[in-house]
Design a binder for this molecule. Structure first.
Ligand code: SF4
Ligand code: SF4
Length: 239
């Protein structure tokens, strides 16, 4: 085989596959459907009232046809359990950050990309709140273990995947402010989990537990120090 013939044959094979794919889709009528076997015909009539209101479509292994999602104008559905990066939840009603800075998520995180410092009360004693909380998003492997292990229902996996930017050092280390989301946001993006009996019971339990810990820490700080007992006179042994 002369030099270059293999390349030409390779291209012809690719071209044949390309044409066969389209021919099969046109012959079976599937090429006239948008989105991998979806029910909507190609939208040639731009002034129809239904124009641009195509349903979000899905594709599975049984579907055939030309399948092109015109992102970002069109999107595949985001499933509730799809997880990207963790977020920290605060309660919408009172603004309370649920995290108590217990450090469990940092301990279980396999690549060790979480770190934090605990807040201090006016008297310098620690209180169950994070002063600082960081996650290195370039290191996070989206495993969700932090969320599974958190005893205060405070860290959850988010579905937002549109996170690219032009700087890959400082902006990829998310601080407390970057991580905070409201419970209302979490309820909207995870309706099934939010309304489940498990999560409802857990929410009530952890809110009470967290409040008790906070009150205890603040109470300890407010309590005046107990006076020290007077030193006992040292008995002088007589000779
Ligand atoms: S495990 Fe939960 S409460 Fe503890 S530090 Fe992590 S996010 Fe905060
Ligand atoms: S999702 Fe996994 S890797 Fe990412 S911060 Fe949580 S425990 Fe660590």
């Amino acid at each position: 085989m002369s030099a270059g013939t293999g390349i030409v044959i390779g291209h012809l094979v690719t071209l044949r596959r390309f044409l066969l794919t389209f021919w099969r889709d046109i012959r079976t009528g599937k090429g006239l459907h948008r989105r991998g076997g979806g029910h909507q015909k190609l939208d040639f009539w731009w002034n129809r009232p239904e124009h641009g209101k195509a349903p979000v479509v899905t594709q599975d292994a049984t579907q055939e046809g030309i399948f092109t999602v015109e992102y970002p104008d069109e999107r595949l559905p985001t499933y509730e359990r799809f997880r990207v990066l963790p977020v920290l939840v605060y309660d919408t009603e009172d603004g309370n950050v649920r995290c108590t800075s217990c450090n469990i998520c940092a301990k279980v995180c396999p690549p060790q990309c979480i770190w934090m410092t605990q807040a201090k009360g006016p008297k310098g004693n620690v209180v169950p709140l994070p002063e600082e909380f960081f996650i290195d998003m370039d290191v996070c492997m989206n495993c969700g273990l932090c969320s599974e292990y958190c005893p205060f229902d405070a860290i959850k996996m988010d579905q937002n995947f549109e996170l690219s930017n032009y700087e890959r050092h400082q902006t990829h280390i998310y601080s407390l402010q970057d991580l905070l989301v409201s419970s209302e946001y979490y309820a909207r993006t995870h309706p099934e989990a939010w309304n489940s009996d498990d999560e409802k019971a857990e929410r009530a339990k952890v809110a009470k537990k967290k409040d008790q810990r906070l009150q205890k820490a603040l109470g300890a700080a407010a309590k005046p120090a107990a006076p020290k007992p007077a030193a006992k006179p040292v008995a002088v042994e007589k000779a």
